[in-house]
Design a protein around this ligand. Structure first.
Ligand code: BTN
Length: 254
């Protein structure tokens, strides 16, 4: 903690050996009034949550962490924080580990075409105001892959797997928090368009043919762009454009 160079992110750290889900602990703390920048971090999660109700397998050696944010933004913009966080993770891994890092829409951080990190953003808001946002970040750092059951995490890798050596988790977390704070401050200063430019340059989705699963349907098309709200634009086979607000990208063919 002494090494942490941030102004507010991670100044209040709640560290656990074991929890069910750091996101759930963070939501509880946020309800109790925890300040912006409060962090929950655990060595093991027994019920780690992935997107869409999936389980997130969280053995020792991973970075399982949640950040409480209280941005003064309209609720409609809150999902942008997932993209903001993705850029912060990708840039940290690129700088610290010197890896070929990319982002798969909306929130998977890839090395090559294998997933190394997932982000789960949970928003508590009324119609007009965001009360708090919890961004959960799961990085497969010093874990052995494949994690099992294999069908849950196929196409996964870990930093250890890519680098053939274990890395120092405390240092990685410090660097990430500093990167995150810098980008989050830009976001709060209204610079989401600039962050989106970064996101686009890291994206492995834009410009490729993809299969997206949204609302129980699978849609195929070319990912032609992401608009200023962070919504994915697909061009379908008949040439029509389709906006995908949320969903999951299943397949990328280069
Ligand atoms: C996904 O890609 O499906 C999102 C995975 C998010 C996992 C992280 S680990 C820390 C935080 N706590 C949770 O229960 N989930 C997130």
């Amino acid at each position: 903690k002494r090494e942490l160079k941030t102004n507010f992110i991670g100044h209040d750290i709640h560290y656990f050996k074991e929890v069910d889900s750091t996101n759930d602990v963070a939501k509880y703390l946020a309800e109790e009034g925890a300040e912006e920048g409060t962090i929950v971090i655990a060595e093991i999660q027994n019920r780690g949550k992935g997107r869409r109700g999936k389980t997130w397998i969280s053995p020792p050696g991973g970075v399982w962490m949640s950040i409480i944010l209280r941005p003064d933004i309209p609720p409609f913009n809150a999902p942008q924080l997932t993209l903001v966080t993705g850029v912060a993770v990708a840039e940290t891994l690129q700088k610290e580990c010197n890896l070929d890092v990319g982002i798969k829409w909306p929130n998977d951080i890839l090395i090559g075409n294998k997933k190394v990190c997932g982000i789960l953003t949970e928003v508590n808001a009324s119609i007009e105001k965001v009360n708090y946002v919890v961004v959960g970040i799961g990085i497969d750092m010093n874990v052995d892959v494949p994690l099992f059951p294999p069908d849950l995490q196929k196409g996964a890798t870990s930093l250890k797997n890519e680098l053939n050596t274990e890395i120092n988790g405390a240092i990685l977390v410090q660097k990430f928090l500093l990167e995150f704070e810098t980008i989050y401050n830009e976001f709060k200063a209204g610079k989401f368009p600039e962050i989106l430019k970064e996101w686009r340059s890291l994206s492995k989705t834009i410009g490729n043919n993809v299969e997206v699963r949204t609302r129980g349907k699978t849609i195929r098309g070319e990912a032609v762009g992401i608009n200023k709200e962070g919504i994915l634009i697909l061009e379908l086979e008949d040439g029509s454009l389709r906006k995908i607000i949320s969903g999951e990208c299943l397949h990328i063919n280069n």
